[in-house]
Design a protein around this ligand. Structure first.
Ligand code: NAD
Length: 542
């Protein structure tokens, strides 16, 4: 029988290894961990404390509240994350406020130069960033590279900032011009989830700073290492002290961000509970807020879909990153005879290799924590009493070299829309399969789901794809594309319960979110020198 790890077990394992740092890691992982500890200033992977980053310095926290960060493959204690104290937080905001005075007046070309240098720094250090992601988060090395590269694309798009910030100007009346300019907001904050420890900080750091703002970043307390390295890369890229600051912790630090009157805007990515809380609490102090939240992404498979492409796409998108992507395909809706695809999906899923993230040819690593594993297993287990059929069961998986890892194997459940495993975001390697008789029935299922992050349709019919794309109420649609995450020349566009934001992340939305516009109307009359009488009637600009 498989073991059901729980938080208590993880804690005792973590406590045990505290006495002997890194002994739980194999030779490859240990060498990477030692390199990180030796080379980087703000974080480490040898059981020591993660630092705050305030005013350009990596500083030890004086807190007495620490969060153990353990490797999800082995439960080895990698570092301890502080719950940044109230006075350290205040210092970070003060520093960011002070830095804003000069950074917001820095020329746009200087800010562009920073983005150009940062993209070079990230490229050069992509392996190191991927290493810490594997160690702290558990995903495979190749997938960790994807995490870094998708963030890097936002930095690259931020290099276009002089053009992106251009305003409008027209002569509105004789000799009178009105112009709009985009101005930075002030001190902004970014609160990140665990599942993309590099990409999500890179959604906000470049966009906030090139638009002239300063930023307080709170990475996930479960894997802040990549963000700490990125801070160091920002420094190398010429970002002045105080423009980016990093604080740590969980609810208390987040609440401090929501309540602080000097923070003007918050970008949040994470789960529903935290997102709704942050949105409502931060709006009370008048902040601009964007919250990207949970998902249940449906792929609709039509009988005419290309078999090989569809099977590969569904399997990769459902189980890659152990299902811990907000755009993972978590539901497959098989329309009519597309039910014939099911054995192929099961077959390909059952061949995926579950192992430690540094092991060659690994398809999926562990989930983030013993608590996450227990929750995923509970949701799988809830299916059968409700009438679901577990067609592929990953609950009992054993990974020989990593007996203490939080592994769940690929799991496929034939279910219906009334079941708990369908309604809740599982955020693990679990694919729910539903059947529909017609495209309209499939559309009804997708549109009635509360989430609207992403969806995909697999078909060879342009007409079917067009109808689906037009009628589906989901913000990001793929046609034969399983994870249609928009590149950063576009903006994120998840909708319904997946987002509480009027202005979306990155792209044009990112520029809009991090700036407000000012319009100025200027009159320089050509005959000014001759004018000697005041005009007293209402100006009409005619
Ligand atoms: P999470 O909500 O637990 O944590 C996200 C952040 O919020 C962390 O920094 C955490 O410290 C903080 N936080 C957690 N609970 C809080 C609370 N009660 N009050 C205040 N702050 C709190 O999310 P996670 O588990 O780190 O990430 C997974 C979730 O993120 C999934 O639901 C996934 O769908 C979602 N996600 C969404 C997107 C998107 O763009 N829609 C992208 C990535 C992840």
């Amino acid at each position: 029988m498989h073991r059901l790890p729980n938080v208590v077990q993880a804690r005792s394992l973590a406590t045990a290894v505290t006495r002997s740092p890194l002994s739980g890691l194999n030779a490859v992982a240990r060498a990477k961990a030692e390199q990180i500890t030796a080379k980087w200033k703000g974080t480490n992977t040898s059981g020591e404390n993660v630092k705050n980053y305030i005013g350009g310095s990596f500083v030890d926290s004086q807190t007495d509240r620490w969060i153990d960060l353990v490797d999800p493959s082995t439960q080895t204690l990698l570092s301890r994350v502080p719950e940044t104290t109230a006075s350290e937080f205040e210092q970070a905001v003060e520093t960011a406020k002070e830095a804003f005075k000069t950074w917001s007046r820095t020329s746009v070309l200087t800010r562009q130069r920073f983005a150009l240098e940062l993209q070079a720094q990230i490229r050069q250090n992509a392996d190191a960033l991927a290493d810490i992601i594997v160690l702290e988060q558990g995903k495979t090395f190749a997938d960790a590279h994807g995490d870094v590269l998708r963030g890097l694309q936002v930095v690259e798009s931020a290099c276009n900032i002089p053009t992106a910030l251009m305003g409008d100007k027209i002569e509105v009346s004789r000799d009178m011009d009105t112009e709009t300019r985009r101005l930075p907001l002030g001190v902004c904050a970014s609160i990140a989830p665990f599942n993309f420890p590099a990409m999500i900080p890179l959604w906000t750091i470049p966009m906030a700073t090139v638009t002239g703002n300063t930023l307080i970043l709170k990475p996930s307390e479960r894997d802040p290492g990549a963000a700490m390295m990125i801070a160091e890369l920002c420094e190398r890229a010429g970002l002045p002290p105080g423009v980016l600051n990093i604080v740590h912790g969980s609810v208390d630090t987040v609440n401090a961000i929501c309540d602080h009157p000097d923070i003007k805007a918050i970008s949040f990515v994470g789960g529903d509970k935290a997102g709704k809380h942050i949105y409502h609490r931060a709006r009370l102090t008048g902040k601009r807020v964007q919250c990207n939240m949970g998902a249940k992404n449906h792929a609709v498979i039509m009988p005419d879909a290309n078999v090989n492409h569809t099977l590969n796409a569904i399997t990769g998108a459902a189980f890659g990153a152990a299902g811990q992507r907000c755009m993972a395909i978590s539901v497959a809706v098989l329309v009519g005879d597309a039910k014939e695809f099911l054995p192929g999906i099961i077959e390909r899923a059952s061949k995926l290799k579950v192992n430690g993230g540094f092991e060659p040819k690994t398809d999926l690593g562990p989930v983030i924590s013993p608590a996450a594993k227990a929750r995923i297993i509970d949701l799988i287990t809830s299916a059968e009493p409700e009438g679901g059929k577990i067609l592929l069961d990953g609950r009992g998986i054993k990974v020989e070299a990593y007996p203490d890892g939080n592994f769940v194997g690929p799991t496929i459940i034939e279910a219906s829309t009334t079941m708990k495993c369908y309604h809740e975001e599982i955020f693990g390697p679990v694919l729910i399969v539903l059947h529909a008789e017609t495209l309209d029935e499939a559309l009804k299922i997708v549109n009635e789901n509360k989430y609207g992050n992403g969806t995909a349709i697999f078909t060879q019919s342009g007409a079917t794809a067009r109808k689906y794309e037009r009628e589906v109420n989901v913000g990001q649609v793929g046609i034969n594309v399983p994870i249609p995450v928009p590149l950063p020349m576009f903006s994120w566009s998840g909708n319904k319960a997946s987002a509480l934001c009027d202005i979306p992340f990155y792209g044009k939305g990112g520029i809009d979110f991090y700036t407000h516009t000012k319009t100025t109307t200027v009159l320089w009359k050509s005959e000014d020198a001759l004018e000697s009488r005041a005009t007293v009637t209402m100006p009409t600009h005619r």
